[in-house]
Design a binder for this molecule. Structure first.
Ligand SMILES: N[C@@H](CCC(=O)N[C@@H](CS)C(=O)NCC(=O)O)C(=O)O
Length: 115
C-alpha cells in the first residue's frame, strides 16, 4: 500500500519530505490538509498527530510526524546506500545538524517573520 502523506504544498517541511520521497523513488499519496480551514484539528487528524502539524506520514497505520523524523525513517527504510544519511557518525551528525536547524531554528524564524 502506498504511503499517505498529509501535507500542504505551502509548508516547507512538507516539501522537504516530498523531495526526499522523490529522491528515494517512493510512491506516495499526498492528501492535502487545509490548515486555514483547521483540518489539522479534526479528531481523526489528532489521533494520528496530537501536535496537529503537517507533514504527517501514514505508513500502513504507522503514523509519524516531524519532518526530520519522517525523512530519516524513509531513508532508513528505503535508501539503497548511505549517501542520503551516512553511517559515518560525523557525516551523519552534520546531516542531523541541518535537519534540526531546518525543523527548529529556520522554521521558527520563518513563522515569526510571517506573523
Ligand atoms: N517541526 C515541524 C514543523 C511542522 C509545522 O509547524 N507545520 C506547520 C505548517 S508548515 C503546521 O502544520 N501548522 C499547523 C498547526 O500548527 O496547527 C516539522 O518539521 O514537521
Amino acid at each position: 500500500m502506498p504511503h499517505i502523506l498529509y501535507g500542504s504544498l505551502a509548508s516547507p517541511p512538507t516539501r522537504a519530505v516530498i523531495m526526499t520521497a522523490e529522491e528515494l523513488g517512493i510512491k506516495f499519496e499526498l492528501k492535502a490538509c487545509n490548515l486555514i480551514e483547521g483540518e489539522q484539528f479534526t479528531p481523526e487528524f489528532l489521533r494520528m498527530n496530537p501536535s496537529h502539524t503537517v507533514p504527517t506520514l501514514d505508513d500502513d497505520g504507522f503514523y509519524l510526524f516531524e519532518s526530520g523524523a519522517i525523512m530519516t525513517y524513509l531513508v532508513n527504510k528505503y535508501g539503497k546506500d548511505d549517501s542520503l544519511y551516512p553511517k559515518d557518525i560525523k557525516k551523519r551528525a552534520t546531516v542531523d545538524q541541518l535537519l534540526n536547524f531546518s525543523t527548529q531554528s529556520f522554521t521558527t524564524c520563518l513563522y515569526v517573520a510571517v506573523s
